[in-house]
Write a protein that binds this ligand. Structure first.
Ligand SMILES: [Zn+2]
Ligand SMILES: [Zn+2]
Length: 261
């Protein structure tokens, strides 16, 4: 069994065929998916799906690449996080790849999310790209360890992985691990302790081999587990089951409804 710890089911590529997406996900034994919020404007749609579908959960947050929408404050995020179907704060973090300095607003927004996570008792979903040093620095300054969480779609070095693990965070590996030229991600996937590993699709992006070039969807998360199984000499079922258990432990509001042995 599998869980997709990070996907965007409310993006038009997936929302336009949500019935098919959910049917294919269930057919592939993907028990649960976390539908990750990227703007406050999107949040009502993210939540509505989680309220309607027993196996879909929601997060609340504003992506670091989102510039034009409503700016979140701690009180707003804490209020949204109180809903029983909201299991995490994010995705948040820093992205110096897509946008250029001055990005003080991005760092401030990241701090707001960490404060909201600590206040609400929910874990963080952290996105970091070309900004690892600042991401780790702000996590330390804001005591992100108190909230805990996951570094999602991890593409950083082994040293950054080690630092995130030291802060008590989980690391989530996406379909990038199946790409031929992704040696660094493969090395990280081998290194992460089994009890700290999560897997995700980040759908609709980054479809894994052999689906590369197609719209990604939660039904493809078993390919991520399969590649990690090869890299770590474990069975695909073992990787899937361990990641499912880890995700439910991290996003512990899921626990009420999913039985994991
Ligand atoms: Zn992301
Ligand atoms: Zn994402």
């Amino acid at each position: 069994m599998y869980i997709d710890s990070h996907c965007h089911l409310s993006f038009p590529e997936l929302a336009s065929d949500i019935g098919g997406v959910l049917a294919r996900m269930r057919a592939q034994h993907v028990r649960t998916a976390v539908n990750v919020c990227t703007t406050l404007e999107e949040f009502p749609r993210v939540l509505a799906l989680a309220e309607r579908e027993a196996d879909i959960y929601a997060s609340a947050g504003v992506h670091p690449d989102s510039r034009d929408g409503q700016e979140p404050d701690v009180a707003t995020l804490v209020t949204l996080a109180a809903h029983p179907r909201v299991v995490a704060i994010g995705e948040t973090g820093l992205d110096y790849f897509r946008l250029q300095e001055p990005l003080e607003w991005q760092r401030e927004r990241f701090r707001v999310h960490i404060r909201a996570a600590r206040a609400s008792g929910l874990p963080l979903i952290i996105h970091t790209r070309a900004a690892a040093a600042d991401t780790l620095r702000i996590m330390r300054e804001e005591h992100a360890t108190e909230a805990g969480g996951v570094m999602h779609c991890f593409t950083e070095s082994l040293d950054v992985a080690r630092a995130a693990l030291d802060l008590g965070f989980y690391i989530s590996i996406s379909g990038i691990v199946t790409f031929k030229n992704a040696q660094e991600v493969q090395e990280v996937a081998r290194f992460i302790p089994r009890e700290r590993l999560l897997i995700e699709t980040d759908a609709p992006y980054l479809a894994p081999v052999p689906m590369r070039g197609r719209t990604n969807e939660p039904a493809f998360v078993p390919y991520v587990a399969g590649r990690i199984a090869e890299l770590t000499s474990r069975s695909q079922d073992e990787v899937g089951d361990a990641c499912l258990a880890n995700t439910v432990k991290l996003f512990n509001k899921i626990h009420r409804e999913v039985n994991v042995n």
